[in-house]
Design a protein around this ligand. Sequence first.
Ligand SMILES: CC(C)(COP(=O)(O)OP(=O)(O)OC[C@H]1O[C@@H](n2cnc3c(N)ncnc32)[C@H](O)[C@@H]1O)[C@@H](O)C(=O)NCCC(=O)NCCS
Ligand SMILES: Nc1ncnc2c1ncn2[C@@H]1O[C@H](COP(=O)(O)OP(=O)(O)OP(=O)(O)O)[C@@H](O)[C@H]1O
Length: 203
Amino acid sequence: MKIIGLTGGIASGKSTVSNYLEALGFPVIDADLIAREIVEIGQPALEEIALTFGKQVLNEDGGLNRKALGEIVFSSEYLLKKLNRITHPRIINEITNRIELYRIKGKNSILFLDAALLIEMNMRKLVDEVWLVKVDQETQIRRLMNRDGFSVTEAKKRINAQMSMNEKEKYADVILDNNKGMDELYMQIQMQLARVTGNFSEG
Ligand SMILES: CC(C)(COP(=O)(O)OP(=O)(O)OC[C@H]1O[C@@H](n2cnc3c(N)ncnc32)[C@H](O)[C@@H]1O)[C@@H](O)C(=O)NCCC(=O)NCCS
Ligand SMILES: Nc1ncnc2c1ncn2[C@@H]1O[C@H](COP(=O)(O)OP(=O)(O)OP(=O)(O)O)[C@@H](O)[C@H]1O
């Protein structure tokens, strides 16, 4: 089995790439999805978050108020680190378990791991190669504002909470340039798949 890490800054286009890969039949582990599962109602991480940040980060039903918590942690490096200390070990643990499950299935296939914080969370060692989805900051801000309805200030705060694209490039084996249209992006993915699929089957 070959594991490929898919990373890139917020709104760089990782989900766009992983949706395309899934449509082609490749399995994808989505770190954002796991990050949501570990803070569902009843999960210990949610209790820790409520104890640390107060009731203001909970909705009336007791679920996580993502907007409220996002506003708090993306305005303070200190508080973001506090949140990361609660969530990151659990996310890494779940990702490691899922990779192990794929290994046990013993499929001679390619598995993708979509994780914005692959490098920051020290998960480079879990994958065989890294694909970085790259966009200019101007495009990134525009797409982030369009997708999430953020102001420029909010968009910049989130971008600044992550390692810079230039720094991430140092860890990348492959760079997917996502400044142009989807077709250009898909063509680059096809080229990389042609390189890596030699001995591997899909799915
Ligand atoms: C703070 C939270 C509640 C805000 O939720 P919201 O729905 O607004 O954002 P969402 O979870 O969809 O994340 C969107 C993007 O923000 C960026 N992001 C998320 N968490 C972080 C973080 N801790 N540090 C830097 N960037 C982050 C990523 O690029 C991610 O793809 C949420 O992001 C969260 O719980 N973060 C901590 C878990 C985490 O580190 N997730 C990333 C796993 S790779
Ligand atoms: N080549 C493209 N042309 C136009 N729009 C694009 C392109 N690629 C992605 N987008 C749009 O940009 C936004 C961000 O893309 P996407 O959600 O795939 O990013 P992401 O890296 O997964 O973000 P996050 O880190 O927040 O999970 C989305 O609205 C998506 O539809």
